[in-house]
Structure formats: structure tokens, C-alpha cells
Design a binder for this molecule. Structure first.
Ligand SMILES: [Zn+2]
Length: 261
């Protein structure tokens, strides 16, 4: 992304910690890249089991892992790539309103590779309130988006998503489908942005998109939204309210009841 990118080895990555939220198509390649780059402590948060349909994009798992806890299989694979002294941790829960702030507080950076909007908004709010840098990623069908948010910073996730998505826009990659290389590429880009933050050269506030149909990358600046309820001057979100992150089924597909701007 830059010709002046610092050598990750030059930073103190051994002393850094990253929480990877979601051990799926984004979290798997991202965690692998972070471990191989030498990040000292990498934790994965998830509570799913490996399914056969995961395998084309969730690169830490093989056919013999189907049915196992994702974290058992993921940490087993990552251990093959870890150097002595590197710590790999399992956080055997989803990010929830009651645990999110305490969880993210324990890490230098959070990488959010969740497959649902409730978790994405929750990670955004928790990281903002705890002043932790956050790398977001999403991949659906042939499109991927990746960007990083400064600790307690602006623009934030709620600046970008003015209204909570509904219907087709809210489909997860499992529901809408995604091409394995596209989600893998997004996960690798997330790790790249995380390393930029950890080595002191963050690219906050730029949305990187990839269109797999046209094979085209774009870098788009994200504007802060003055009415943003999380980072705006009249922000209204000061705590995590359980009711704000409850998925509500609808005829059009999953929607999220959230804090309205
Ligand atoms: Zn905002």
C-alpha cells in the first residue's frame, strides 16, 4: 500500500498483542500472517465448529477438522508457524455486550473479522470506548473492504454505516457466498493494516476495497460524520447496551436492531 512501508521486523512486534474476532474466512489468513510476522501474542475469539462448507476459505482447517471446535483446530495449525515465546490464545466466546469491553482492553489492537453486523458494531463500539485501534474487514461475493480506525478515533465504523443494513445488504458471506481468494485477500490486507498500526505507520481512515470481478483495488478516504453517535461531537453511545446488538429476523433476511444515528 505504500512504497515506504516499514519492515515489520524493525518494530517491537514481539511485545504486541492482537485479538482476532472471528476464526473464519477473514480471521484465519489474518491470524496466520500476524503469527508469521512475529506478533508476540495472538488470541482468537470464536465459538463455532468447523463445517465442510468453511474449508474453501478458512485456511487453517482441513477435512479432518470438520466437527471440531474452530479454536482447537486453528491453534493447532498456527502452532506450526509460531516461534518460541510467541503466545497463542483461545477466547472461547463470541464478542458479547457483557464481555466486549473487558476483552478488547487486554490487547494492543483488535482485528474484527466477524460475519455478522451485530458483532461488527459491537467491536466498533467497544474499541472506541476502550480507545483500542481496530481493523475491520468484510468480504461478500466478489467484493472485499478493509480499513482501520484509530484508538477512540474518528472516522469510525458508525460514520461509514450511517444506517444499519437490512435485507440483501445485511447478508453474511455464508448466506450470500464469497469467493475463497477474495476473502483470503481481505484477511491478508487486514493483517497488513494491523502491522501498519503496530509498527507506528497506521493508515487510519482509508477504506481499501477490492472488486474481484474487475480485479480492481481502490483506496477511498472515509469522512467523519458530524452526527455520528459514537465519535461525533454529540455522541450518545457511552456504554454497551445489550438491546442494541440483538439480531432481529425478518422476511428480507437478518437485520440488526441498533443505535440509531
Ligand atoms: Zn463515527
Amino acid at each position: 500500500m505504500s512504497t515506504s512501508k516499514p519492515d515489520p521486523a524493525a518494530g517491537d512486534l514481539a511485545g504486541k498483542s492482537v485479538l482476532v474476532v472471528g476464526a473464519g474466512g477473514l480471521g484465519c489468513p489474518a491470524a496466520l500472517a500476524l503469527v508469521e510476522a512475529g506478533v508476540g501474542r495472538v488470541a482468537l475469539a470464536d465459538d463455532d465448529r468447523v463445517e465442510l462448507t468453511n474449508l474453501h476459505r478458512q485456511v487453517l482447517y482441513g477435512e479432518s477438522d470438520v466437527g471440531r471446535d474452530k479454536l482447537d483446530a486453528a491453534l493447532e495449525t498456527l502452532a506450526h508457524f509460531a516461534a518460541p515465546g510467541q503466545k497463542l490464545e483461545a477466547v472461547r466466546t463470541r464478542l458479547l455486550p457483557e464481555n466486549a469491553r473487558a476483552l478488547v482492553r487486554g490487547f494492543d489492537l483488535v482485528l474484527e473479522g466477524a460475519d455478522n453486523f451485530a458483532t461488527k458494531f459491537l467491536a466498533a463500539d467497544a474499541c472506541h470506548l476502550e480507545a483500542r485501534p481496530l481493523v475491520h474487514g468484510a468480504a461478500v461475493r466478489l467484493r472485499a473492504t478493509v480499513w482501520s480506525v484509530a484508538p477512540g478515533g474518528c472516522p469510525c465504523y458508525r460514520c461509514l454505516f450511517e444506517d444499519l443494513p437490512a435485507g440483501e445488504a445485511a447478508l453474511t458471506c455464508a448466506e450470500a457466498g464469497v469467493l475463497g481468494p477474495v476473502v483470503g485477500l481481505a484477511g491478508a490486507l487486514m493483517a497488513d493494516l494491523a502491522l501498519d498500526v503496530l509498527t507506528g505507520s497506521p493508515r487510519y481512515g482509508t477504506l481499501f476495497t477490492y472488486d474481484g470481478l474487475k480485479d480492481r483495488f481502490r483506496a477511498v478516504p472515509v469522512e467523519a460524520r458530524p452526527s455520528c453517535p459514537l465519535c461525533g461531537p454529540r455522541a450518545t453511545i457511552s456504554e454497551l447496551d445489550e438491546l442494541c446488538y440483538t439480531a432481529v429476523p425478518s422476511d428480507d433476511g437478518p437485520t440488526i436492531r441498533g443505535v440509531q444515528p
